[in-house]
Design a protein around this ligand. Structure first.
Ligand code: ATP
Ligand code: MG
Length: 400
C-alpha cells in the first residue's frame, strides 16, 4: 500500500482533504514508497470524502511527512519543565511541569508557573502535583491534563486541532512507560505520536554531527534524571540514565540545612539556593547567602547565612554520582569512538549543566574538554523540533 506525501484537489491543496465522490485527486507518492511518482486517482464513488482514502494509504510503519503549515508540535516532557516547540514559531511554551488541582471539585486550578507559585502554599483542598517523577510519568491523568492544556494553549484553544506530536523521552525508558507516554499524548488529542530519546534529541539540539561515524558524548542533567549517551551514525552506542538530577540536589540541600542548622526549608527555597550558590568545584570568588526557614526546635522563622563552600559540601554526593556516570561512559565506550572525545569533548546540557564549575570539575576528573550548550534548558526541545522538520532524520532516530 502506498502512502502519499501531498495531495491536491483540483489544483488546490487541502488538509484534511475534502472532495465530492468522483472528483479528481492528484497524489504525490511518498519518497520512501515510490520516489519519483505522482498519480491521478478518482475518489471512489462510495467515499464520502478524500481524507478517508488518504488515511487508509499510510503504510504500516511508514512515517508520513509533516506538513509545512501544520499544527505539529515537538515536546520535551521533562520532570521539571515542559517545553513545546512549533514549526515556524520556535519555543512557544516553557513552563514548570506542575499542575494545581482542587480536590473538592477535581478541577485543574492552575498549570505551569502559576501552579509552581502555589507549591507548598496551598490550602488543604488544593494540591500542587508534579505528574512526572524521575523523568517518567508518575500520574497519567494529571500528565494528560497538563499536556492537553499546553496543546490547547499553543493552538489558541481551537479544540478540533489534532496535532502530530514528537515527544522527547528519557533514554532507558521501559516499553510499558513508552506505551504510557504514547497513550497519554493520544488521549490529549494527538493524531500521531512519535517518541525520541532525550539524549538523541539533546545531541541534535546541540548541533552535534550525530549522523557521522564519530563519537559524540552528551550529558543531559535534568530535574529527575541524568542521561549520559554516546552517539554515532544516528544510533546510540552507549546510554545510561541515572535517577539523579536537579531534584536530588535540592533534597540534599534540604537535608544538609536541616542537619547543620536545625532549619527546615522548602523545595523552592532549596532550588533557589542551588541556583545562587551551587557549585561543583571551588569558585574564584567566595559567595554567601541569607536563607530563611523554620527553626526545627523553636518552631519559629529563622534566618541563617550559608557559604558556597557549605553548599558544595551539601551537593557533593549527588554531584559525584553524576561525575561517576560520565566516567563510566568513557570507560565503556569502544576505543575508536572514545579517541574522538579527546578533540570533541563532552557536551553538557539540561538545567543541571548550569551548576557553577561543573564543567571544570568534569574536565579535571576526565581530562577531556567540556562544553555547555548555548541554552541548556531548551536543547532537548530544539532537537525534537529539528526532527519535526526533517523527515529522513525522524525515520532514522525515532523509537520504533
Ligand atoms: N542556574 C541553575 N543552576 C543550577 N541548576 C539549575 C539552574 N537552572 C535550572 N536548574 C535546575 O535544572 C533542573 C531542570 O532542568 P531541565 O528543565 O533540563 O529538567 P527536565 O528536562 O524537566 O527534567 P528531566 O530531563 O530529568 O525529565 C531543575 O532541577 C533546576 O533546579
Ligand atoms: Mg530533560
Amino acid at each position: 500500500m502506498l502512502h502519499y506525501r501531498r495531495a491536491a484537489l483540483g489544483g488546490l491543496r487541502q488538509r484534511p482533504l475534502l472532495g465530492s465522490p468522483g472528483s479528481l485527486l492528484i497524489l504525490e507518492h511518498c519518497v520512501s514508497c515510490n520516489p519519483a511518482a505522482s498519480s491521478r486517482v478518482r475518489l471512489p464513488a462510495r467515499s464520502a470524502h478524500g481524507s478517508q482514502l488518504l488515511s487508509t494509504c499510510y503504510r504500516k510503519g511508514a512515517v508520513p511527512v509533516l506538513s509545512a503549515f501544520s499544527n505539529d508540535i515537538a515536546i520535551d516532557l521533562g520532570t521539571s519543565n515542559t517545553l513545546v516547540y512549533m514549526k515556524g514559531k520556535g519555543v512557544v511554551v516553557r513552563e514548570p511541569s506542575i499542575v494545581a488541582i482542587n480536590k473538592k471539585t477535581d478541577k485543574v486550578e492552575a498549570v505551569g508557573k502559576e501552579a509552581k507559585e502555589m507549591l507548598g502554599r496551598t490550602p488543604g483542598h488544593i494540591v500542587a502535583v508534579r505528574p512526572l517523577k524521575d523523568g517518567v510519568i508518575a500520574d497519567f491523568e494529571v500528565t494528560e491534563q497538563m499536556l492537553s492544556y499546553f496543546i490547547r494553549r499553543v493552538h489558541n484553544r481551537r479544540f478540533l486541532v489534532r496535532p502530530r506530536i514528537i515527544i522527547g523521552v528519557p533514554s532507558g525508558i521501559t516499553k510499558v512507560e513508552e506505551r504510557a507516554v504514547r497513550d497519554t499524548a493520544y488521549r490529549a488529542k494527538a493524531s500521531e505520536v512519535y517518541l525520541l530519546e532525550e539524549a538523541m534529541s539533546a545531541a541534535i539540539g546541540a548541533g552535534l554531527p550525530i549522523t557521522e561515524p564519530s563519537g559524540n558524548l552528551i550529558v543531559d542533567i535534568g530535574g529527575g534524571t541524568t542521561d549520559v549517551a554516546v552517539i554515532s551514525m544516528a544510533g546510540i552506542v552507549y546510554s545510561r540514565s541515572i535517577r539523579v538530577g536537579g531534584n536530588e540536589l535540592d533534597e540534599a540541600l534540604i537535608n544538609y540545612i536541616k542537619r547543620n542548622y536545625n532549619l527546615l526549608i522548602g523545595e523552592r527555597t532549596a532550588e533557589n539556593i542551588k541556583m545562587e550558590l551551587g557549585s561543583a568545584y571551588p569558585l574564584e570568588q567566595e559567595l554567601d547567602l541569607e536563607i530563611k526557614g523554620r527553626d526545627l526546635i523553636e518552631g519559629v522563622p529563622k534566618t541563617v547565612t550559608v557559604t558556597d563552600r557549605e553548599i558544595r559540601e551539601a551537593l557533593s554526593e549527588p554531584i559525584s554520582t553524576i561525575v561517576d556516570a560520565v566516567r563510566m561512559a568513557l570507560e565503556r565506550t569502544p576505543p575508536e569512538l572514545s579517541a574522538d572525545f579527546v578533540d570533541k569533548g563532552i557536551v553538557l546540557t539540561g538545567g543541571g549543566a548550569l551548576i557553577r564549575n561543573l564543567d571544570v570539575r568534569l574536565r579535571e576528573e576526565t581530562g577531556v574538554p567540556v562544553t555547555i550548550t548555548e541554552d541548556p534548558l531548551s536543547t532537548v526541545v530544539l532537537g525534537v523540533g529539528r526532527v519535526l522538520d526533517d523527515i529522513d532524520l525522524l525515520r532514522r532516530v525515532c523509537l520504533p
